[in-house]
Unconditional design. Structure first.
Length: 403
């Protein structure tokens, strides 16, 4: 391009540097008018940071644009500090990026103005402006990518720190330790229903369930990608509200619920119940589950060896893994659920009365005793069989013990 072009670019740099302070002042003035959301804080330290960032970018960009035009691989230190502060103040990334676009506009306008004043030859002036324009666009495109990375990293770090503090407070609460309740964004004196869920977006699902019924919500990230939550409010004392929350769980999300409890002790007990419902529901492959539905299974399934021995002793041939045994187990379960009414059982299973009667007699003959002679034990054994015959995909029990 020759010495002449290098000299022109060097002159451009000198003249633009003479405008250094006025350019920064113009940038900030335009930003205040066009992007008021960025200036939500007038903290003196914050003002110092974003002003220093403007100067740092301008100095770095002018040096590179008018020499070898290399795009920097990193943000200026002042810009990194500004970006972190913006994230900490809760100012949006969009507002921050808009400040860069405003800065780009101001620099380009001054570059054109200086080129018009210092370069008489239109051909040379056009070449200088093309080089400058290409560099400016490349520079700011790169800076916006870097700013986004720093901003999102800082926001994630802040979220993790906030979540870590909240998790520690919840863990202390569950362990019976005192905490400063004013720092927990949730009323512990309220009525609670604990929940545990898993899967992408599950935290948002639980929060929407609470909001839909006018209830508050506390969530923390649990182990094995689970979310631990408490839904709270006086409205929960209404059974219809409880049912509405559970019924609104989308089909794509698994949520296990504890029972409704009052105050701090209810907060703890409902969570323990939700953990049990979670453990059993995950193993059964349920969509959603309440502790009341599996309380008996919870009490009888902690010792797997004893539970399996109990199943074999009570069910005998009914525990076999074949279609006939499955039909008979289904019939006995339906018979118990129908209050020992054979006709109602037949309706539930879409069978005729004679078929149901035949199946029930077959079971009694093979067991060698009337069904009702050990009705409670047989009912529990049937439910335990359903639990242990399913394909377990639930996390190990130890995984649920610690936040």
């Amino acid at each position: 391009m020759g010495d002449s072009m290098d000299q022109r670019m060097a002159t451009l740099r000198v003249r633009l540097r003479d405008r250094h302070r006025p350019m920064v002042e113009e940038m900030l003035q335009r930003m205040r008018v066009d992007i008021p959301a960025f200036f939500s804080s007038d903290d003196p330290d914050f003002v110092t940071l974003y002003t220093a960032s403007c100067y740092a970018h301008l100095g770095l960009m002018l040096d590179q644009m008018t020499s070898d035009r290399v795009i920097p691989e990193a943000l200026p230190t002042a810009a990194v500090e500004e970006t972190r502060a913006v994230a900490q103040w809760g100012i949006s990334l969009e507002a921050l990026i808009q400040t860069y676009r405003t800065g780009h506009s101001v620099i380009w306008e001054h570059t054109m103005d200086v080129a018009e004043q210092t370069i008489d030859e239109s051909t040379v002036r056009s070449q200088v402006l093309k080089l400058s324009s290409r560099y400016l666009f490349a520079y700011f495109d790169r800076m916006i990518v870097l700013v986004t990375e720093v901003y999102e990293g800082e926001r994630l770090s802040l979220f993790r720190e906030s979540d870590r503090r909240r998790r520690q407070m919840v863990r202390d609460l569950l362990d019976g330790l005192p905490i400063d309740q004013s720092k927990l964004p949730y009323r512990l004196t309220d009525t609670h229903m604990a929940a545990i869920s898993i899967g992408e977006g599950s935290e948002g699902v639980i929060r929407r369930l609470a909001a839909r019924s006018g209830l508050s919500c506390l969530t923390v990230r649990g182990p094995t990608q689970s979310v631990w939550a408490w839904i709270g409010g006086k409205n929960l004392r209404d059974v219809a509200t409880q049912k509405a929350v559970v019924a609104a769980v989308p089909s794509t999300t698994f949520v296990a619920f504890g029972e409704v409890g009052e105050g701090l002790e209810g907060f703890r007990i409902s969570h323990r119940e939700a953990r049990e419902a979670y453990r059993i529901g995950r193993q059964l492959g349920s969509r959603t589950l309440q502790y009341a539905d599996v309380a008996l299974l919870s009490l009888t399934s902690h010792d797997a060896t004893l539970a399996r021995e109990f199943i074999q002793r009570e069910l005998g041939f009914l525990a076999e893994d074949d279609q006939r045994a499955e039909e008979l187990r289904t019939t006995v379960r339906a018979y118990f659920d129908a209050g020992h009414n054979a006709s109602a059982t037949a309706n539930r299973l879409s069978l005729n009365d004679r078929t149901v009667g035949y199946r029930l007699r077959t079971v009694e003959e093979k067991l060698g005793r009337p069904l009702l002679s050990r009705r409670d034990e047989l009912s529990v054994a049937l439910r335990l069989h359903e639990l242990y015959a399913s394909k377990p995909d639930t996390p190990a029990a130890d995984d649920l013990d610690q936040l």
